[in-house]
Design a protein around this ligand. Structure first.
Ligand code: ATP
Ligand code: TPS
Ligand code: MG
Ligand code: MG
Ligand code: MG
Length: 335
């Protein structure tokens, strides 16, 4: 029997080597290789002159953010994607990421698929796995992502202006719709349903859009908890209010058969979209060049105004209060 067969589960240091080797197969052409990467007590990174470092961290926990039996490739992909989405919201270009992996000892097959899922996105976005930590315990994955932005150009939540148009990318509510699909996998092969499951399991962060919004958007956030909750963070941080026009929310065949109220609840409070919501002045003009450059549909859904709070208004001008504004880990019964 070979050593590999007799020890199917790697030890801690085998696992680190395995992750480093797998990452190297995807990210060996990254634009900014770490001066010192995996293997020492810490990484050493050179930041480009004239740039600021943008740093974010998010955790995914089994049973909370993904099913315990989820495909390992999807877990690896999404753990990085949700972090790159925060870099996109700041207008940053990803450069390095760190992986803190906690769980029962994985077998080589699980680990290989996990590393390939994360590596696929890392390779396509040019970010390098530069370090991390490995421990045993209940399964959770934390990624810390580091990106760069030209000095002073980071997009913020706090700088919306009265009169700005509110814009959302893509199709809010797709991932939430997929999460609530009774069979947990698409019953139909149609494009809209397939896209909804892709958005839930492998959300592509809107990095090109974030970069295009530098110097254009007044404020920006990525949608993780829900459109209403995350737009609410822009309003709170900017000390302003807004009107959101429900009839402008983009529609998809995946919502067919739902009442308008259920659809709005899903699109406003469902979470897991990883789309961008941003504000732009009228002076920025038509958004079609931006759509073209960023490769994603953009929809104007409302307007920033003085005051406080978010008013969601239907086609007849009647107010609608979503059942919940979005996901809250410490409150029960999220949308
Ligand atoms: N435990 C914590 N300690 C210190 N700062 C925190 C902690 N949790 C969140 N923050 C900070 O609070 C701010 C908002 O974090 P939050 O996690 O709500 O944003 P997000 O990552 O965009 O959303 P989501 O986690 O839903 O993707 C960020 O500046 C974040 O660094
Ligand atoms: C199995 C399973 N149950 C529920 C959800 C939905 N969900 C969990 S956390 C969260 C908000 C973002 O998290 P955070 O605020 O921690 O970044 C959402 C929308 C899911 N994806 N999988
Ligand atoms: Mg967070
Ligand atoms: Mg965010
Ligand atoms: Mg986040």
């Amino acid at each position: 029997m070979s050593a590999e067969e007799s020890t199917p589960k790697p030890g801690e240091f085998d696992l680190i080597r395995h992750l480093a080797d797998a990452a190297g197969r995807y990210d060996n052409d990254v634009p900014r290789p770490a001066a010192v990467g995996i293997g020492d007590d810490a990484a050493v990174l050179d930041v480009d002159p004239g740039c600021q470092l943008v740093v974010t961290t998010d955790t995914l926990v089994a049973g909370v953010h993904f099913e315990a039996d989820a495909a390992p490739g999807d877990i690896g992909y999404k753990a990085l994607a949700v972090n790159l989405s925060d870099l996109a919201a700041m207008g940053a270009t990803p450069a390095w990421h760190f992986l803190n992996l906690t769980g029962p000892p994985p077998d080589r097959e699980w680990l290989g698929a996990f590393a390939a899922g994360m590596g696929e996105l890392a390779g396509s976005e040019g970010t390098q796995l530069a370090g991390g930590d490995t421990t045993g315990g209940p399964m959770s994955v934390t990624v810390t992502a580091l990106g760069q932005v030209p000095r002073g150009q980071a997009l913020l939540r706090s700088t919306a202006q009265p009169g700005d148009r509110i814009v959302v990318s893509g199709m809010p509510g797709l991932a939430a719709r997929a999460l609530r699909w009774p069979e947990r996998s698409p019953a139909l092969e149609d494009a809209a349903t397939t896209e909804a499951f892709r958005r839930l399991h492998r959300p592509r962060p809107r990095l090109a859009l974030g970069r295009c919004l530098r110097g254009v958007a007044h404020a920006c956030i990525d949608i993780s908890d829900g459109l209403a909750a995350d737009l609410g963070h822009i309003l709170d941080a900017s000390g302003l209010g807004a009107e959101l026009w429900l009839d402008r929310l983009p529609d998809s065949p995946v919502f067919s058969g739902m009442t308008l109220e259920s659809r709005w609840n899903l699109q406003l409070g469902g979470g897991d979209d990883y789309e961008l919501c941003f504000t732009v002045p009228d002076a920025a003009g038509d958004l079609s060049a931006l759509e073209e450059a960023a490769g994603v549909a953009l929809t104007v859904i409302g307007r920033i105004r003085k005051g406080a709070g978010l008013d969601c208004i239907d086609a007849d001008g009647a107010a609608f209060s979503p059942r919940t504004a979005g996901w809250d880990h410490f409150r029960s019964d999220p949308a």
